[in-house]
Ligand binder design. Structure first.
Ligand code: SF4
Length: 376
């Protein structure tokens, strides 16, 4: 079982917090679609004919694609891959691109899951983050989704916003839950150096929200969604029963996946491959039938570290038996004092073969995982 990720590297405008790879120059959209199709063909053997159980259109902003582009990409995917008839096919969309016609076009072309970047319902916050949509469009698109054929969709929301308040967060959460999305992803705003916010911060024009402020909002998020019948199945992800993201879960379960498009990553079960994060260079390489990717040969230590990093973020936790059997690593033997200290600090529990972080631990998941890392 495997997944395919397609990176659509275009956005209408740059959100001030974003450090993903994208360009606002859409003149090359047609060439990009052709290059993506070429890469799909060149990479057809990467997954060794595995059954594809999920496809994810991410970005950037896939919803800037037109129907003709989507059809071309999907046809190439079907031609060169063994796609399950039950495959989850997710398409990221921004509220300002969503219309009833667009929704019905996506559904008719086989998209069966949407992921919508709402981020906030607050007009001031949306403006401050330089989102392309406004609050009215956020509400409107949700009404249209509810009226559409899509019953599987996810909404994104950002917390830890320094210009915001706990009241705004409470309002955003309530508004979101009132729409009853089957899936919610919620991330803390982080200030990355190579972004507008990063430059503001360097000039002293922006102060990141305090850790306490962000933690309180994280706890509130988890409690609120738990009460509203969502399972907190990964640090940033919540789902109603049966609606967890198959695609993202496959990353956390170490399943192989192929990433297509500029900046996309791939994993064949042993090593990683990274496509170049530059649209012009990507197009040029594909014109010459070359895949513009660098290979990262993973050592056993890398694989153990990656497993710790991803598994500790999930509600299933880190499977100690898997580490022993697959990667020949005895976590308990090697990190006993550390784990005992976490248990006494209520950061984690041991349940059978699984080491699971508590809610308090999940807040520090990346830091805790890195404390267990092996050094190459
Ligand atoms: S729309 Fe998404 S990918 Fe594009 S700039 Fe905003 S956050 Fe980044």
């Amino acid at each position: 079982m495997a997944g395919i990720y397609i990176h659509i590297p275009f956005c209408k405008q740059a959100c001030f917090y974003c450090d993903f790879h994208f360009s606002t120059n859409m003149v090359i959209k047609n060439e990009m679609v052709e290059a993506i199709r070429k890469e799909i063909e060149l990479q057809q053997d990467y997954l060794g004919g595995e059954l594809i159980e999920s496809i994810y259109f991410g970005g950037g902003t896939p919803s800037v694609l037109e129907e003709s582009h989507l059809k071309l990409i999907l046809n190439s995917l079907k031609k060169h891959n063994n796609i399950s008839s039950e495959a989850e096919i997710t398409f990221e969309a921004n509220p300002d691109d969503i219309t009833p016609d667009k929704l019905s076009m996506l559904f008719q072309n086989g998209i069966n899951r949407l992921s919508v970047g709402i981020q906030s319902f607050d007009e001031d916050v949306l403006k401050w983050m330089n989102r392309a949509h406004n609050s009215k469009e956020a509400f409107k698109c949700l009404e249209w989704i509810k009226e559409s054929e899509f019953n599987n969709f996810s909404l994104d929301l950002i917390y830890g916003i320094p210009i915001s308040t706990h009241e705004t967060w409470e309002r955003d959460l309530k508004t979101l839950v009132d729409f009853q999305p089957p899936h919610i992803s919620s991330y803390c705003l982080t200030i990355e150096p190579d972004t507008v916010f990063g430059r503001w911060q360097q000039k002293g024009k922006l102060n990141e929200a305090s850790e306490d402020y962000a933690s309180e909002q994280f706890y509130h998020l988890s409690e609120y969604l738990l009460k509203s019948d969502y399972k907190h199945y990964e640090v940033s992800n919540f789902a109603k029963k049966g609606f967890h993201s198959k695609h993202n879960s496959s990353y956390w379960q170490q399943k192989p996946y192929l990433g297509i498009g500029p900046s996309a990553h791939s994993y064949d079960g042993k090593n990683r491959q990274f496509n170049i994060s530059n649209n012009a260079k990507y197009l040029k390489a594909l014109e010459k039938n070359e895949i513009p990717a660098e290979m990262d040969i993973l050592t056993t230590e890398d694989r153990i570290n990656e497993y710790l990093m991803t598994s500790l973020r999930t509600s299933v936790g880190c499977n100690i038996q898997y580490l022993k059997n697959e990667l020949n690593y005895d976590l308990i033997k090697n990190a006993k004092p550390q784990i005992e200290q976490w248990i006494s600090s209520e950061l984690c529990i041991l349940e059978g073969h699984h080491l699971k972080l508590t809610l308090k631990g999940r807040l520090l998941a990346d830091k805790l995982a890195s404390d267990l890392f092996l050094v190459n």
